[in-house]
Design a protein around this ligand. Sequence first.
Ligand SMILES: [Mg+2]
Length: 183
Amino acid sequence: MVLFFFCYDIIKMVNSMSKFIPNMYKKDIFSIDYSFLKDKGIKVLLFDFDNTLIEKGNYIINDKTIKLISKLKKDFIVYILSNSIHKNKIKKVSEKLDIPYISGSRKPFKTGFKKLKLDAKEQEIAMIGDQLLTDVLGGNRMNYYTILIDPINYNEIIFTKINRVFERVILNMVKVKRGEYYD
Ligand SMILES: [Mg+2]
């Protein structure tokens, strides 16, 4: 089903490859220039969960991330927007970070984004995540500012591994190379 959707979406989107281009590409959440985002008028940061905020399979949030998020909360409204259905694990982390979350968000569909009911204009919202076909495509479909990062690790579930194959092909088509970061 997921595979079907992505095949369908890839065909449909082939004429608008810009939907697959992130506005910014950085190594990790710590490499992003958040003051640049603030100056751009971004008010809301949506973080993907697995392999963006936290290492996939390891649900202990590290101190560096806790510090970063608590700093960001002074300037931005911060949310977790995850496709994962492991609600309790995400909930625990979100409580520790003291930020709201949406699990099972089904990015790149618009449903999860819409659940957030954000009181902000689309150009004031940034989506940050490690996957092109969920985080970046979903964020771009919403007309948000999109930031791709490298996954913390590649210890991923089978669906993500399949997505990575498509991701490699598409990144190649839109001339974005993993490891060549840009603002
Ligand atoms: Mg992820």
